[in-house]
Design a protein around this ligand. Structure first.
Ligand code: CUA
Length: 195
């Protein structure tokens, strides 16, 4: 045996475990990087393809005076038709109900929702439509959508907001444009009627 070039020493037990550990770490590192990459590409895909964007502006509101003055006092809630014919629904969420409990909107018409919360974080979606938002104390959530079909839709709270969360519901009645216009001539704010 050449004393200047000894054969490599056999790895000790400790060295072997270090090797196994570093291989496992590398495998998990690659796995996690793949997960992050796929989440990022999902974000890019939904942003470009579905135009799903985070809110581009922030509207704030003083929680302590929501009921007392301003846009969300009780007499101003519900569906209204504003200058230029724009249909606007205003609502407030609180533990554990929506005000109003039942919304009326016309079909096939852009409807703008404006809502806020007075206590916890709530949210809602409307039946099988793309209407979906969170309602956060101190902020006004808004989006515009239109309803393609007449009929009644359920509108559940979809953010866990406390023990009464699962009982927090409202309804949306989608009526024809003609009925909406004729009722709007007699009422300033539309509410549901049982039918
Ligand atoms: Cu309100 Cu859940």
């Amino acid at each position: 045996m050449n004393p200047l070039n000894p054969p490599p020493a056999k790895p000790s037990g400790l060295q072997r475990s270090a090797l196994v550990a570093s291989l496992a770490e590398r495998r998990w590192l690659i796995f996690v990087l793949l997960v992050i990459l796929s989440l990022l590409s999902l974000m890019v895909f939904t942003a470009l393809h579905w135009a799903a964007m985070p809110p581009s502006r922030v509207e704030k509101i003083d929680v302590s005076s929501v009921h007392l003055r301003g846009e969300f006092i009780e007499s101003n809630l519900g569906t209204a038709q504003e200058a230029g014919g724009r249909v606007v629904v205003r609502l407030v969420a609180q533990q554990y109900s929506f005000v109003p409990q039942c919304l009326v909107v016309p079909e096939k018409t852009p409807v703008t929702f404006r809502g806020t919360s007075t206590d916890a974080i709530h949210g809602f979606l409307i039946g099988k439509t793309n209407a979906n938002t969170m309602l956060i104390p101190g902020f006004i959530s808004t989006f515009t959508t239109s309803f393609e079909q007449q009929g009644e839709q359920l509108m559940p709270c979809h953010e866990y907001c406390g023990v009464g969360h699962e009982a927090m519901w409202a309804k949306v009645q989608v009526i024809s444009r003609e009925e909406f216009q004729s009722r709007m001539q007699h009422e300033e704010r539309l509410n549901c009627v049982s039918r």
